[in-house]
Design a protein around this ligand. Structure first.
Ligand SMILES: Nc1nc2c(c(=O)[nH]1)N[C@H]1C(S)=C(S)[C@@H](COP(=O)(O)OP(=O)(O)OC[C@H]3O[C@@H](n4cnc5c(=O)[nH]c(N)nc54)[C@H](O)[C@@H]3O)O[C@H]1N2
Ligand SMILES: Nc1nc2c(c(=O)[nH]1)N[C@H]1C(S)=C(S)[C@@H](COP(=O)(O)OP(=O)(O)OC[C@H]3O[C@@H](n4cnc5c(=O)[nH]c(N)nc54)[C@H](O)[C@@H]3O)O[C@H]1N2
Ligand SMILES: [Mo]
Length: 755
């Protein structure tokens, strides 16, 4: 076998996970007192895990952390530091040649820096000079709409709320957000179906459901705490089904590191009862096929004198659009559904049977669903299937988008959106006495396109690594270099910081784990998890540097420097975050008694109408929605492959913690391409061969083939490396989420290469 490629035979979790935690603590945190950080995560007085948005049962367990949560914390709480001396030693040209891993591995940023073009180095500046310089550029734009204010989803509700206020008082709605690359298909698709763009279930539903479908997500790596929930479903004798082109270990078996019985006896829980390896991009066809099978079985049962398989009372009382859906499904031939899904008709029918035999079902899904040209429509077809059996708004039933960043959902809730409603803007204006602009702004794709065309001239990143996370670096990198201003509010150095504009400023901020002291004392922030639970988070570690400022303080500093006659009392809001929460409550009545309710253990749940069968659609009904055809690839030549991009086990989006992907058997490298064994044989290729991956004019060079349990016609590799293959135009038709997971490609063997 080629170097660093080996089958992994153990269950997910288990001793290997504990070893990895110990390794992360040893490599990053060093000082043992810092390990306390791990024990304080997701507790009433601790901080929210920056890893993922999976909820924590009541925030009471001191051990509700996981391997990858531990990696996220140790990466932030590292003793390594990036100082002014570091920047004096390394020019920006030199740093640009470093890997993403090497850049972040230098440690935490410690003081504000600005780029000095005459020396090609970043040089230290004071906070006040940083704010003045940024404010000067912003004030002198032709129009505030030439600025793009990006948010990444680790940002707290408090910081995000101030940020959108800053943008709107300044005069634009340009709020590109990481969810535009992530779950925007959910935010666009679900409201049309069920009147709300959020998940409808809570952990209590998992405790009583009959069946969980895991569709296009990899919880072993990206939501490891979910594995315990899935194992509990199985231990109750209920069903878990996986729909995924790749066999993912976390969906197959799990050894709970917190179960002494399993750990000592080397036991595990088998997770999946059935695993359907759909073709990449074949989900629309699969769900349409499942609906077709359900309708046929329902008809047969009615003919036999049974009561049928559909929830006809629910459909009559709560929905519209059934006839149109049925007509579309009747007109969809099995042949096309089978071809596009990559599954046999018998497999699709088997998946449907598991579904209708369950009294209640939950559909969980992630990026394997959302990041496609038809992402929004897949979500709507999944919802159709749920609605047909009334699997919405009753115990054990509903839809569960697995959010990405730990507060990406909260940021949207408190106003980070380029398409604000009139009602929200009117209320914001009333509460603050400002005049918010009504013209809609840019999402991520449109922001980058505007920068590329030279229409947008300033970018502020509140967290994240926009240029690396987005598609099309050939557009993104030059677009940044043309800007008048690039401000990055971050904890660690990344590639987007190195894309120097006329004025380039790095503003280092406190992380979740750290003490945040303001004039009124120690502050807590709040976050909202995937299940709409809002709770407080308070760090307690000594900040990485005395010069760091909190995200709310930085946003307020930028706002005051940019809007000289601001009517907002920014300083008071920063002095005491309770006052920010009072304002959030004034703008959003759903946050009533906000400051009191954050003290409830586990937090409080925001209203999700669909959970109570209240549909926030214009006509107050849930909607069956039709998607014509099932052709994910818009008629693309079937002989080509579809490449999907995934996260390794040692990665947090663009943050690369290490070079291993344990559950997929990869160690010490990331330059691999997962392919189906039979496909390789047909092409005359073997594992270990080196290939270039080609998509139109674009090429990703030198990936080593790994024979993997992946559906035929599908390939997978890691992002961000593969983003050079994704054109900015390749995106979901409705939500503009880049189609990172359906890249049409061909392969070209590299002769005489070393693997
Ligand atoms: N440790 C860690 N945790 C994370 C993150 C991280 O990078 N590291 N990122 C966070 C963020 S921002 C997010 S959005 C989430 C992401 O969490 P996931 O959604 O789990 O992320 P991906 O790694 O993109 O995994 C996508 C899964 O979809 C499958 N897939 C690919 N294409 C298709 C398809 O066409 N159909 C179907 N059905 N499946 C497909 C892949 O095989 C893979 O198992 O995790 C969050 N949590
Ligand atoms: N091909 C492909 N591309 C993808 C994806 C994919 O599946 N395939 N997934 C997409 C998805 S789902 C997402 S969400 C995006 C992610 O896009 P982003 O959210 O923009 O990227 P991250 O890699 O999460 O950002 C990492 C940086 O955030 C900063 N940071 C870390 N913690 C904090 C903090 O507490 N505060 C602040 N201010 N900064 C902090 C650090 O400096 C770090 O370098 O990528 C997208 N890109
Ligand atoms: Mo995400």
């Amino acid at each position: 076998m080629p170097k660093g490629i080996k089958d992994y035979t153990h269950p997910a979790g288990g001793w290997d996970a504990l070893k990895a935690v110990a390794g992360a603590v040893r490599d990053e945190m060093g000082a043992s007192s810092h390990t306390r950080a791990l024990l304080k995560m997701n507790q009433p007085l601790g901080f929210d895990c920056p890893g993922c948005a999976w909820p924590d049962p009541k925030h009471t367990s001191s051990f509700e952390f996981c391997e990858n949560g531990a990696k996220a914390v140790t990466w932030e709480a590292t003793p390594k530091r990036v100082t002014a001396e570091f920047f004096a030693q390394h020019s920006v040209t030199e740093l640009w040649s470093w890997s993403d891993y090497a850049l972040e591995d230098q440690g935490r940023l410690t003081q504000p820096m600005r780029y000095d073009a005459s020396t090609d180095h970043f040089v230290p500046i004071s906070w006040s000079e940083a704010f003045e310089r940024a404010g000067h550029v912003l004030q002198n734009l032709d129009s505030p709409t030439q600025a793009e204010f990006y948010t990444s989803g680790r940002t707290s509700n408090e910081a995000a709320f101030l940020y959108q206020l800053f943008g709107r008082e300044f005069g634009h709605n340009n709020f590109p957000d990481c969810s535009n690359m992530c779950h925007e298909s959910t935010s666009v698709g679900l409201p049309k179906s069920i009147g709300v763009g959020k998940g409808t279930v809570t952990l209590d539903d998992f405790a009583v459901t009959d069946a969980v479908f895991c569709i296009g997500h990899n919880p072993g790596t990206n939501h490891p705490r979910m594995l315990r929930t899935l194992a509990q479903v199985r231990q109750r004798g209920k069903t878990v089904v996986a729909i995924n082109p790749m066999r993912e270990r976390g969906l197959e078996m799990f050894q709970d590191p917190q179960s002494p019985t399993q750990m000592l006896s080397d036991g595990h829980t088998t997770i999946d009862q059935a695993y359907f390896q759909v073709k990449v991009g074949g989900d629309v066809a699969l769900f349409k096929g499942m609906i077709k099978a359900l309708l046929a079985a329902d008809k047969a049962e009615l003919a036999n004198g049974g009561k049928g398989l559909l929830d006809r009372v629910f459909i009559a009382e709560h929905t519209v659009g059934y006839d149109a859906l049925k007509a579309d499904i009747d007109a969809s031939p099995w042949e096309a559904l089978v071809r596009r899904s990559g599954l046999t008709r018998a497999q699709i029918e088997a998946a449907a049977k598991i579904y209708w035999e369950a009294e209640s079902a939950i559909f969980c899904y992630g990026m394997g669903v959302t990041q496609h040209r038809h992402g929004t429509e897949v979500i709507q077809q999944m919802t159709n299937l749920l609605l047909l059996r009334g699997n919405m708004g009753r115990p054990g039933a509903g839809i569960c988008p697995l959010r990405g960043h730990s507060n990406v959902q909260g940021d949207r809730t408190v106003g980070i959106t380029e398409i604000p409603t009139e009602a929200f803007l009117a209320q914001l204006d009333k509460v603050f006495g400002i005049n918010s602009p009504r013209q809609h702004g840019h999402n991520a794709v449109n922001a980058l396109a505007a920068m590329h065309k030279g229409e947008s001239k300033a970018f502020i990143g509140l967290g994240g690594n926009f240029a690396t996370a987005m598609s099309d670096p050939d557009i993104a990198y030059p677009a940044f270099r043309k800007l008048k201003l690039n401000v990055q509010i971050v904890t660690k150095l990344n590639r987007t910081c190195l894309l120097t504009a006329t004025e380039t400023i790095i503003l280092p901020c406190l992380g979740r784990t750290e003490l945040d002291i303001q004039r009124s004392g120690r502050q807590a922030i709040t976050v909202e998890d995937s299940m709409s639970m809002v709770h407080a988070s308070a760090g307690f570690l000594k900040p990485a540097s005395t010069e760091l400022r909190s995200e709310p303080a930085i946003v307020a500093g930028l706002a005051m420097a940019t809007i000289p006659h601001t009517v907002v009392d920014w300083q008071s809001l920063v002095d005491d975050y309770d006052l920010i929460r009072d304002k959030i409550e004034a703008v959003y009545p759903d946050f009533h008694n906000f400051n009191q309710r954050i003290h409830i253990p586990g937090g409080f749940r925001l209203t999700v109408g669909a959970s109570e069968r209240k549909w926030g659609t214009p006509d107050g009904k849930a909607h069956f929605l039709v998607m014509e055809g099932s052709d994910e690839d818009d008629g693309q030549d079937d002989s080509r492959f579809t490449l999907t991009t995934v996260r390794s086990h040692d990665q947090y989006n663009t943050t690369i913690y290490g070079l291993n992907d344990r559950y997929r058997g990869i160690s010490g490298r990331r330059d691999v391409l997962f392919a189906n064994a039979q496909d390789l044989e047909e092409l005359g290729l073997t594992e270990g061969d080196v290939v270039d991956v080609i998509s139109g004019e674009r090429k990703l060079r030198g990936l080593t083939l790994v024979s993997h349990a992946i559906s035929s016609g599908s390939l997978a590799t890691y992002f961000p490396e593969a983003n050079c293959l994704v054109s900015l135009d390749a995106k979901d038709h409705h939500s503009d989420v880049p189609a990172y997971k359906s890249i049409p490609v061909t392969l070209q063997k590299v002769e005489h290469a070393l693997s």
